[in-house]
Ligand binder design. Structure first.
Ligand SMILES: Nc1ncnc2c1ncn2[C@@H]1O[C@H](COP(=O)(O)OP(=O)(O)O)[C@@H](O)[C@H]1O
Ligand SMILES: [Mg+2]
Length: 255
């Protein structure tokens, strides 16, 4: 068994499978992944097995990148193919939302109107690339019912990227806005989504910081460590950056 890097400890690969720690959401997530495949969306792991400790899903062949975005993952092709995958995943998940019974478990709070299942962390490090082409979405732990724009806003924050940390940032503000526009176009965002995007992005990041604080207060060690490492400060700086440049961002997106 090979240990996989790029995420938490405790993630392993056998020849064609990935073994990850299970949690209270795993059963719901496995149902979601099965549903996506039944709907013809095959660019996500297939659920293979689940017990109290571990989940097993299929391994997606390709390369996974992280920040700073360099090489294939920084290409326009990676950006637009990622946006295409997000659109297809959302579309395939809409019928899952219609079938929800209310006894599902999600890590993040349901957000109304629950149009689709949002991935919740549609960042470069949760996509698998083949060359410059995004070919699979992985790590559905943070998936939850929410409006499309909730996921779109966070994905664009990660892919533009509107990040200020010296390790994560890429390009000028103009480049970032141009990349945001390309992502929206490839997704097929409506005018309504575009006109709300900067505000939703800010709200999404504020919700993330609140969630980190709440979980840390409840005793969640991973989030306590995140706060100690100052992750919330980076998000707060990015909120400020987006707020300061909101008008220019909005003008470019909606013209
Ligand atoms: N189904 C998969 N197919 C291919 N690689 C995977 C898969 N699941 C995880 N990985 C690899 O393992 C790493 C960590 O997995 P991930 O599920 O993203 O963990 P975490 O939940 O800690 O972020 C990923 O960056 C990726 O390289
Ligand atoms: Mg991950």
């Amino acid at each position: 068994m090979e240990k996989l890097s790029g995420g938490r400890d405790g993630i392993y690969r056998t020849r064609s499978h990935v073994i990850r720690p299970a949690n209270q959401t795993s059963q719901t997530i496995h149902s979601l992944l099965s549903h996506l495949h039944r709907q013809g969306f095959h660019q996500c792991p297939k659920p293979i097995a689940l017990d109290h400790e571990h989940e097993t899903v299929s391994f997606a062949e390709g390369q996974v990148y992280n920040y700073p975005l360099q090489g294939n993952v920084a290409s326009k092709q990676a950006l637009t193919s990622a946006a295409n995958l997000l659109r297809q995943m959302h579309d395939a998940s809409a019928s899952f939302v219609e079938g929800l019974r209310g006894d599902e478990n999600w890590l993040l709070p349901i957000r109304k109107p629950a149009e689709v299942i949002c991935h919740g962390d549609f960042a470069p490090y949760n996509l698998v690339l083949n060359g410059e082409e995004a070919v699979s979405v992985i790590d559905f732990d943070t998936a939850h019912p929410a409006p499309r724009v909730w996921d779109l806003a966070y994905a664009i924050y990660c892919w533009a990227p509107f990040k200020t940390h010296e390790f994560d940032k890429m390009g000028t503000l103009d480049d970032q806005i141009a990349r945001a526009g390309m992502f929206c176009k490839a997704y097929g965002a409506t005018q309504g989504m575009l006109s709300n995007l900067p505000d939703v992005m800010i709200e999404r990041l504020q919700a993330l910081v609140s969630f980190m604080r709440e979980e840390a207060e409840k005793g969640n060690a991973a989030f306590q460590q995140n706060l100690e490492d100052g992750h919330h400060l980076a998000y707060e700086k990015d909120i400020q950056y987006i707020s300061q440049n909101k008008q220019m961002f909005l003008t470019e997106l909606t013209k």
